[in-house]
Design a protein around this ligand. Structure first.
Ligand SMILES: CC(C)(COP(=O)(O)OP(=O)(O)OC[C@H]1O[C@@H](n2cnc3c(N)ncnc32)[C@H](O)[C@@H]1OP(=O)(O)O)[C@@H](O)C(=O)NCCC(=O)NCCS
Length: 153
């Protein structure tokens, strides 16, 4: 995994569940419980990457391999560490891991009003393939995104 001046990107393990849960609470508003994070990081077919600095986890990106598709389930950067390239770095690394594990496409859902995330995914080659109306509890729409994973993601 790549080394950065202020930390490193590495595979997440079950022992990282508490740190992931904490970052999830701060960055995603509580996507999963601690038990769900423990499953996410230990079940087969899961890929989880984290950017870890000396004081802890500052960013994560996770996905599931479903045959030849990488289903991206979470991308999050600590609020105080955004706009420093960590989201892009981890997303690209996750796509590369997925491709190396046999995925030919990556897919995810993103809230249409989440400008930062929509922009990040577009930057990384995703295209909108559909829209699920009123998908979220706040009534927001979900954009379905797909990206072909080429020889280099
Ligand atoms: C979306 C998120 C992961 C981006 O992480 P980040 O580390 O801040 O993003 P990066 O610095 O790597 O930026 C990469 C690109 O994303 C886009 N982007 C990121 N933040 C943006 C913002 N606030 N507004 C517009 N575009 C933004 C830009 O295209 C940017 O490229 P640029 O810096 O060349 O303009 C981060 O904002 C986050 O954790 N948000 C909350 C959780 C979330 O919504 N996750 C996605 C759920 S689907």
């Amino acid at each position: 995994m790549s080394e950065a001046a202020s930390g490193s990107v590495r595979a997440l393990r079950a022992t990282d569940a508490a740190a992931c849960h904490q970052l999830d609470q701060a960055a995603l508003g509580g996507l999963w419980s601690l038990a769900q994070w423990q499953r996410e990081l230990s079940e087969p077919g899961r890929i989880g990457l984290g950017h870890v600095e000396h004081h802890g986890l500052i960013a994560l990106a996770c996905g599931w391999l479903v045959v030849d598709e990488l289903h991206i389930t979470a991308v999050a950067v600590a609020p105080e560490r955004r706009r420093q390239g960590h989201g892009r770095q981890l997303l690209v690394a996750l796509m590369e891991e997925g491709r190396a594990s046999g995925a030919r496409h990556a897919t995810l859902e993103v809230a249409s009003h989440n400008r930062a995330a929509v922009s990040l995914y577009q930057d990384c080659g995703f295209q909108t393939a559909g829209c699920r109306r009123n998908y979220y509890s706040d009534g927001g729409d979900a954009l379905i995104q797909w990206c072909r994973l080429g020889s280099s993601a």
